[in-house]
Each structure stands twice: as C-alpha cells, then as structure tokens.
Design a protein around this ligand. Structure first.
Ligand code: ADP
Length: 192
C-alpha cells in the first residue's frame, strides 16, 4: 500500500451512495469510521490496531468504561473518535468464519446493519467500513464482499436513508473482490 486513496465504483441506492475506496480507513474524511473489533473490545492487530493507534488511548478508556461487557458478535457500540478527523468510531464485531454453517452470513449482515443504525441515530451523513471479518477472522473475501454490499444496500433501501457509505479496502485483492461483487450485484438488482 502506497498510502494513496483510489476510488472506484459508486452506486446510488435511493438517497444514499455506496462507494468503494482503496486506502487506509484512518485517513478517510467521514463522520463515522467503523472498526472491526473483537467481542472483548480489547484492541488487536489489523484494522482495529490501526484505528486505535490513530485515534489515541482515550478510545480504549471509553470502551472500557461504557461497555465493560464488550460487544457480542453482530452488535455495535459507538465512541468518540479521539485524534481522528471523524466524529465517531463505531465498533462492531464480525463473525469468525467457521465454514459457513454457524450463521456467519446473518451475523455479518447484523454487524453492518447495527453499525448503520448507530450512524443514523447519531445523525452521521458519511460512514466508512473496512472489510469486516476478512482478515484474521477468515471470512472468504468473495463471499464477504457480496454479503457486505448486499447488507448495506438492504439497510439503505429499507430505511430510506440518506448516507454516504464507503468501503475502504486496504489491499488489491480486497478491492478487486468488492469491485467484482458490486458490479455483479448492481447488474442483478433492478433497484440499484
Ligand atoms: P477481522 O478480525 O474482522 O478479520 P482484520 O483487521 O484482521 O479484521 O481485517 C479486516 C480487513 O481490514 C482486512 O481486509 C485487512 O486487510 C483490512 N485492514 C487492515 N488495516 C486496515 C486499514 N488501516 N484500513 C482499512 N482496512 C484495513
């Protein structure tokens, strides 16, 4: 990754847009950045580590104080964004891939929709998501891409939201997988 941001497809879903970006999520100018957290909200590597490093130590203090029980898989919680330019960090927990027979698709959908629900409740106009569950949690990238995009589009349609949603993909492989899935889904659905 060179650190530059590449933007590809952008689609309209009612009053909202979904856009794919290749880059670092901590560098995005949006109201809310979504973190792929673990259920203990204990911090970690990957995108979680990058977000906490960029936001500063107050965020971990806030999650420990407000959400001492952590956050179950598929749920989401919200904090301030510390040193990031965003207003909020939404911490959600995606499923660990277990072969696709443990409700992973529903849990991934819930992670996206519960994050979007919090964004709407906090009057956000723009939200950036990473590719939740596709790193250490092992969700196959092509399946995750399809399910993630569909979940966000369903939410935007069902809630008639007015949001700018971006997926910030860190590497070429993820960016390619999400681009293919978005193209395929936009061809299949007449609503898009
Ligand atoms: P999970 O535990 O949910 O799988 P990971 O952090 O391991 O979460 O990975 C999720 C995705 O986030 C992976 O595709 C990884 O490449 C990506 N990622 C890692 N760092 C960043 C970053 N700074 N910005 C955007 N995406 C990132």
């Amino acid at each position: 990754m060179s650190g530059k941001t590449v933007i590809s497809m952008k689609i309209q879903v009612y009053n909202s847009t979904i856009q794919l970006v290749q880059g670092d999520i901590t560098k995005q100018s949006v109201d809310a950045i979504v973190n792929a957290a673990n259920s203990a909200l204990a911090g970690g590597g990957g995108v979680d580590g990058a977000i906490h490093d960029a936001a500063g130590p107050l965020i971990m203090e806030e999650t420990a104080q407000k959400y001492p029980e952590g956050c179950p898989t598929g749920e989401a919680v919200i904090t301030a964004a510390g040193d990031l330019t965003a207003k909020f960090i939404i911490h959600t927990v995606g499923p660990v891939w277990g072969g696709g027979v443990r409700g992973e698709a529903d849990l991934l959908k819930n992670a996206y929709s519960n994050s979007l629900k919090l964004a709407v409740e906090h009057h956000c106009e723009s939200v950036a998501f990473p590719a939740i569950s596709t790193g250490v949690y092992g969700y196959p990238i092509d399946l995750a891409a399809k399910q993630s995009l569909r979940s966000v589009a369903d939410f935007l349609r069902e809630h008639e939201s007015s949001l700018r949603v971006s997926f910030v993909l860190f590497d070429n492989g993820s960016f390619g997988a999400y681009s293919n899935a978005l193209e395929e889904l936009s061809k299949m659905s007449t609503d898009w």
